[in-house]
Structures are given as C-alpha cells and as structure tokens.
Design a protein around this ligand. Structure first.
Ligand code: NI
Length: 208
C-alpha cells in the first residue's frame, strides 16, 4: 500500500496541470454536453446533488441519508484513471489526515464512473491506498448515470465500443453539508492544505 501511495505521489508531481480542466478532444455531442454541465455547475444553475442508493466497497447498500451529520467530500472518477483521479484522491486523503480530530465530522466518498469494471471488490482493492476512511461506491450503469447527472458530472468512454477504454470525466470535488445540501466544489488540482482551510471554515460555521 505504501508502494502504491508512493507511485501516486510520483505521478501527482507531473500531472497536477492535467487535472486543471477537460481533455482536449475534437468537438462531439459529448463535448457540448460537457460544456453545458460545467456551465450549470459553475453558475450554480438548477439543483445540484441529491439522493443516491449505491453499493459500497464492502458490498453494503449505502444511501445519502446514511451520511447525515457528516460533511461529505464527494469525488467521481474510476480506478483505471491514469492520472487525475489518483492525484485528487491523494489530496483528499491528505486533507482528511491533516484535519486531525476534526476529520471525524468529514466523510470522503469516491463514486465510480466505471461501474462495469469497478465492482465493489475492485474498489476494495483501490480506495484504502488513499485513505482508510475513504468509501468507494458503485452501482448499476443507470444508478451511476443518475447520481453523476445530479452532480453535473460529465463522463464518456473513449473509445466508446472497446473493452480497453479510458473515461474522460470532469474532476470536481464536491462538498455537501451535514443536512445533505450541496455547498460547492473544489476545482481539480486543489491542494490538501486549501481543502483543509475551507473545510475548517465550513465545520466551524465561521464561513462568510
Ligand atoms: Ni480520473
């Protein structure tokens, strides 16, 4: 596990910039939709977030209501992601560590955008390398599509009809308050220290 973390650390150094937005591909219907989703998210247009029922990496059914009373850090990605996901998940893990005792009030969640390959068992191999308290969530393709859409997450398979694919996806880190209400998002590449500062403001209720 330490070896895995170290590998991700190495990757993280050179790839922070890669997380700064969307991959540059030729125009396609998916791109148009990505723009729309990002536009909605950035200007806080329409409801963001909401209920979900998914399977955690231990195989247990989890709903959003199970996490009431916790500040949620929600990240959407997939375990085969070569760069952005490991970088951001590592920062989330460091942020939870850095919060010390205050981390009790925070629950980090990783929702896969690749339910086909990311089974509960597969997530169980992956999430603990970032943080022991990180919970991986998977579900049917339809369940994942629904929760991703609720959070305005863009994702698409490339190439779409191959078994050897990557998933192009937006990589925001969502903050949801203790009542289940969406607060806002951290952009891709946000450092653990910045997350700690902002989470601390939200936990102490001193947020402007
Ligand atoms: Ni990724």
């Amino acid at each position: 596990m330490i070896a895995t973390r170290r590998r991700f650390l190495g990757l993280a150094a050179g790839l922070l910039l890669a997380g700064a937005g969307w991959s540059s591909r030729a125009e396609s219907p998916e791109e148009a939709s990505a723009t729309r989703l990002m536009d909605d998210l950035m200007w806080n247009r329409g409801p963001i977030g909401g209920s979900f029922a998914l399977i955690d990496h231990a195989g247990k059914l989890r709903t959003d209501e199970d996490f009431r009373g916790k500040l949620l850090l929600i990240y959407f990605g997939y375990t085969y992601c070569p760069d952005v996901c490991p970088t951001d998940l590592q920062q989330i893990g460091l942020a939870v560590d850095g919060l010390g005792a205050r981390a009790e009030a925070v629950q980090p969640l990783f929702i896969t955008l690749d339910p086909e390959r990311d089974t509960a068992a597969h997530l169980a191999d992956y999430v603990p390398s970032f943080h022991p308290r990180l919970i991986g969530l998977t579900g049917s393709a339809e369940q994942i599509r629904r929760v991703a859409l609720a959070y305005k997450v863009y994702y698409a398979k490339y190439p779409p009809d191959s078994s050897d694919y990557v998933i192009d996806h937006s990589a925001f880190i969502y903050l949801v308050d203790k009542t289940g209400k969406y607060i806002g998002f951290f952009p891709p590449g946000t450092t653990a220290n910045r997350m700690i500062e902002i989470i601390t403001l939200n936990l102490s209720g001193t947020k402007r």
